[in-house]
Design a binder for this molecule. Structure first.
Ligand code: GLN
Length: 453
């Protein structure tokens, strides 16, 4: 049924870059047979899933939304792909994304933008717009996203879906095509909070192949999603993430949700996190610096595309590398490689990268101070609803501003969840509310999220 739905709507939505209909059906049949034979299977066995194209899937083309990886078929599965397969979730295919996860609209994909199922002339968020649109359009009940600065939560917010960025290190990064290694984290995109918890529990946990993977059990997320009780909880509203620049309808739905939480017995307090004012500038130094280093591996020798420089009879390796990177990377990727290499270059390192790392610590300290007096923090996930396709393409700064509320969590490594809290009066488009919790207290996100659902 999901494959039929994809055939019906995806020509227009472009949520998928690759499909694996045969593989998905084979898994589904295998699950049916095992169930019929009386085997006890994972609760999500047989539930189809869409996977962001930045996750390695053995035998299924993986491009990270880039021309430079066109035609690359991974010879191995990411940790989380292995988990999905082992639990019997049919993998429907790979979802569209901004190239190398750089963007907030999926318009920076080398394979054309994804459209928002709520209004096909609008963006589905990014970078994981394909996963969010697939879930929002009923093409898939579950999806996997990755979140470096908001790429799970912001797309979820603008498509009316649930998205969770687990604690950094909570889900193994083994087999994810790296953007910024100290910020990247994979997580669920779903229609309900409980679905997200079941998927989170399945893909979470220790993996010795990722040196930053946390060696501790997955927090009790499923139990928390079932509990859905906020009585006696202290919930902080972040002053800096709820003021100017937020669309009136976004604030209206947020205020209603706050009233609901109060009614359910939570105590609401205002919390100030003054260093958040610098989060965006910090992120846009740390992230490009790490990305410029990670993307150095696309050297025309190891993967995908190789371009011969025109008019050079016997080109050097360096000339081939240069021609390939020129042809294979899009403008946004090039922009960030240039910013990143500049920030890391000798003479500028201390002024830019070094300073950004110090501010990063201040942001983490703001969170620590806040969590000294509250259990969770909340804010709108994104300052606006889905914007029209093309409207921010010529203005990178206004695109970057989409992430003001989501980026602090990545810089501090803490978990965040976005869930739908209704549509605005002015444009009828979905609004997301974000819940943030201390590292390894991911269960609190689900408790609050489920209470609001
Ligand atoms: N939109 C942000 C960026 O462009 C976040 C991307 C992400 O989380 N992968 O960097």
């Amino acid at each position: 049924e999901h494959l039929d739905r994809i055939a019906e709507v995806d020509g227009d939505l472009n949520a998928f870059l690759a499909l694996d209909a045969e593989g998905a059906l084979a898994t589904a049949r295998d699950v049916d047979a095992r169930r019929a034979a009386g085997e006890t299977l994972h609760p999500l066995a047989g539930v189809p899933i869409a996977v962001k194209d930045v996750v390695a899937t053995e035998g299924i083309a993986t491009t990270a939304g880039s021309k430079i990886l066109e035609g690359w078929v991974p010879p191995y599965d990411a940790f989380l792909t292995r988990r999905l397969r082992a639990a019997g979730l049919p993998i429907l295919g790979k979802t569209n994304m901004d190239e190398f996860a750089m963007g907030s609209s999926t318009e920076h994909s080398a394979y054309g933008p994804t459209r928002n199922p709520w209004d096909r002339d609008r963006i589905p968020g990014g970078s994981g717009g394909g996963s969010a649109a697939a879930v929002g359009a009923y093409e898939a009940p579950l999806a996997i996203g990755t979140d470096t600065g908001g790429s799970i939560r912001q797309p979820a917010a603008v498509t009316g879906t649930v998205g969770v960025k687990p604690t950094y290190g909570g889900v193994s990064r083994y087999g994810l095509i790296a953007m910024a290694s100290s910020l990247d984290q994979a997580g669920p995109v779903t229609r309900t909070v409980l679905d997200a918890a079941l998927l989170h529990e399945l893909i979470g946990g220790h993996d010795p192949l990722d040196s930053t993977s946390i060696d501790a059990p997955v927090p009790p997320v499923v139990e928390a999603a079932r509990r859905a009780d906020v009585s006696g909880m202290r919930i902080g509203i972040v002053t800096e993430l709820n003021g100017e620049g937020y669309q009136p309808g976004v604030r209206a739905r947020f205020d209603e949700a706050v009233a609901l939480l109060t009614k359910a017995g939570a105590e609401i307090v205002e919390v100030s996190c003054p260093s958040f004012a610098y989060a965006l500038s910090t992120y846009y130094l740390v992230m490009p610096a790490e990305a410029s280093s990670n993307l150095a591996r696309f050297d025309a020798m190891r993967y995908g595309l190789r371009v011969a420089p025109a008019g050079v009879p016997s080109p050097s390796a360096e000339q081939v590398m240069s021609a390939t990177r020129e042809a294979g990377f899009g403008d946004e990727v090039k922009r960030r490689i240039i910013i990143g290499t500049y920030a890391l270059s000798s003479g500028y390192y201390d002024a830019y990268y070094g300073s950004a790392q110090k501010v990063r610590t201040l942001i983490a300290r703001d969170f620590e101070a806040a969590f000294g007096s509250v259990d969770v923090l909340i804010s709108p996930t994104s300052p606006t609803t889905a914007f029209p396709l093309g409207s921010k393409l010529d203005d990178p700064m206004s695109m970057y501003l989409q992430d003001v509320a989501t980026i602090p969590a990545n810089l501090a490594g803490i978990p965040g969840l976005s869930l739908p809290v209704g549509v605005t009066d002015e444009d009828g488009l979905p609004v997301g509310l974000q819940v943030l919790a201390p590292a390894m207290a991911d269960d609190r996100l689900y408790n609050v999220g489920a209470a609001l659902e």
